[in-house]
Design a protein around this ligand. Structure first.
Ligand SMILES: Cc1ncc(COP(=O)(O)O)c(C=O)c1O
Length: 407
């Protein structure tokens, strides 16, 4: 039996000789930079090419993290001072942070029972300052994309799909990240595939791709030797460095080739756990808009109260099963710096920016569904390495724990 007290790292636990060989090739050839070197291996290029094929999109751009992917996506679609970007109230803080780092304002939208952005709440968040909607597919489960895309289209808004936690998830047969204007992914260690750090941006639009390349690489273009050049035909703009290294690309490429196996195995293991839970009195599962497409990074169970969820979490820990609450059971806006609009610069921009004409009130209570659901949600992590013995142990323990707290 596996040690189930450890957190699950789905991509890292399947590292083997393939990742070792791939990264060794980069090191042996002394070429860790993606654009030039003594004997460039083209790992990052290959990762992009295979990622574009995997998703069936025209362009894929490898970047240094999931946060970098969001920054690049926001910059590519032209988000900036004066703009608002709608994000779900339950997500990782990078969603809000990346918007503010682009000098725009995050607007928190309530979630539905899938814990993803609620289309019914979305329209009320839209106004003349809204530039984009950042949908997040939380923990392997897609948002209600049909309705969200229809609303976005109606209002002429761009859609970023933050799929950091959902590499390989599908919705009505389409990979998440491919349905909006631009999709982003993270390769941080908690994610379905990992290179420790790393990210990916995918899109079909040529102009978005061009802008994304420039935004991730000092705002310029490179010549055939890989050097950033002054090019009067392409003036560029100020940019940053969000590039992926060849060391990261080497591992990312091997992980990408494993992603279908990882996701398929997690789905099978999740299905076995879910089967085992059938019949538990009071069992309330997270809503899923596409049961078959869910990549089941975790199984989320709603307990009747926050207190019950805290007790259940403690008993999972005691019994060494991988069940925990997410984000301390809080929406993103519960961070003090979000509530108080504390930015890195003392001017308080973008909130105090003269180009910004809104005045968002961030306060506890503003997204009641989000606060209610995340407080009482327990996430059972799913590993591609679970054995039947592990699953039996998890199910038997959950039956006892949920028997006490689910009603
Ligand atoms: C939904 C979401 N977006 C963005 C990120 C940021 O990714 P990274 O940690 O690679 O910067 C994460 C990371 O956990 C995430 O969960």
């Amino acid at each position: 039996m596996n040690d189930l007290s450890k957190p699950v790292y789905p991509g890292a636990v399947v590292y083997d000789q393939e990742e070792i060989r791939s990264i060794s090739e980069v090191i042996e050839n002394q070429s860790p930079f993606r654009y030039y070197g003594p004997n460039l291996q083209g790992k990052t290029d290959a990762f992009e090419k295979e990622a574009a094929q995997f998703f069936g999109v025209k362009h894929a751009l490898a970047v240094s993290s999931g946060t970098a992917a969001l920054m690049v996506a926001l910059r590519a679609i032209g988000v900036g001072p004066g703009d608002e970007v709608i994000i779900p109230a339950v997500t990782f803080v990078a969603c809000a942070g990346s918007v503010v780092s682009c000098n725009a304002i995050p607007i928190f939208c309530d979630v539905d029972e899938s814990l993803n952005l609620d289309p019914d709440a979305l329209e009320q968040c839209i106004n003349e300052r809204t530039k984009a909607i950042m949908v997040v597919h939380l923990q392997g489960s897609s948002a209600d994309m049909t309705r969200i895309l229809a609303i976005a289209r109606k209002h002429g808004l761009k859609v970023i799909e933050d799929s950091a936690q959902s590499f390989g998830t599908t919705y009505q047969g389409q990979y998440v990240g491919t349905m909006g204007d631009i999709g982003t992914f993270s390769l941080q260690i908690n994610k379905t595939i990992t290179a420790g750090e790393g990210g990916l941006v995918i899109m079909n639009d040529d102009e978005l791709h061009e802008r994304a390349i420039m935004a991730h690489d000092q705002g310029g273009v490179r010549n055939e030797n890989g050097y950033v050049i002054v090019n009067p035909d392409c003036p560029g703009f100020y940019g940053e460095n969000y590039r992926m290294s060849e060391l990261t690309g080497a591992v990312a490429l091997m992980q990408l080739r494993k992603v279908t196996d990882i996701v398929d195995t997690m789905k099978v293991n999740a299905a076995k756990i879910l089967d085992g839970l059938v019949g538990i009195e009071g069992l309330a599962l997270r809503k899923n808009f596409d049961e078959e497409g869910c990549s089941y990074v975790s199984i989320a169970i709603y307990l009747p109260s926050k207190e019950a969820a805290i007790q259940a979490e403690a008993e999972c820990k005691e019994n060494k099963i991988p069940g925990a609450r997410l984000y301390q059971g809080l929406p993103t806006y519960a961070y003090p710096f979000v509530l108080d609009k504390l930015t890195v610069h003392s001017s308080g921009c973008p909130f105090s920016c003269p180009l910004y004409k809104g005045n968002p009130r961030y306060e506890m209570g503003m997204c009641p569904m989000a606060e209610n659901l995340i407080a009482r949600a327990l996430f059972i992590q799913v590993s591609p390495l679970f054995t039947d013995e592990d699953i039996y142990y998890i199910v038997e323990n959950l039956k006892t724990i949920l028997g006490k707290y689910a009603r």
